[in-house]
Design a protein around this ligand. Structure first.
Ligand code: ZN
Length: 143
């Protein structure tokens, strides 16, 4: 549910994403996580479980790693990527962004060679993303 909302945000903010990623020729984890935080926490960091904004930062960050947070209300531990399609991805966020931004003008083989990832990994990301886009389009059509 939350991941869908996030995807709408990202697609909705595509212009912004393109703008922010101008010159992002290589997968840059630090830049990617910064952009991601800007979009996801646009209104402030909130708990994905109980939605309160009463959270405290619990460390993490640095070299493109997600920050960790604790919810003051429900004691939920989460990080920047929790409950998004980017959580638990085998390739880094910078690489995921690189894939998503280049899917329209490069093929999977080309991208996998550039990143030194398996074609399956690239294919998996493109599939997850396309599925989400389809779901969103479907949902908007039904509104
Ligand atoms: Zn909470």
């Amino acid at each position: 549910m939350l991941s869908n909302i996030l995807i709408i945000d990202i697609i909705g903010e595509n212009m912004k994403l393109d703008y922010l990623c101008t010159g992002l020729d290589i997968a840059d984890d630090e830049q990617a996580i910064e952009i991601f935080r800007t979009i996801r926490w646009a209104n402030g960091v909130y708990c994905p479980k109980c939605k309160t904004f009463e959270t405290i930062m619990a460390g993490g960050g640095g070299s493109g790693k997600p920050y960790r947070y604790i919810c003051k209300k429900c004691n939920n531990h989460f990080n920047d990527l929790t409950e998004t399609i980017f959580h638990g991805s085998h390739i880094s966020l910078g690489e995921v962004f690189y894939v998503l931004l280049n899917l329209n003008n490069k093929n999977i083989k080309q991208i996998s060679e550039e990143l030194g990832c398996s074609r399956q990994a690239i294919h998996r990301i493109s599939k997850i993303f396309n599925n989400e886009v389809e779901k969103q389009t479907e949902r908007k059509r039904n509104l």
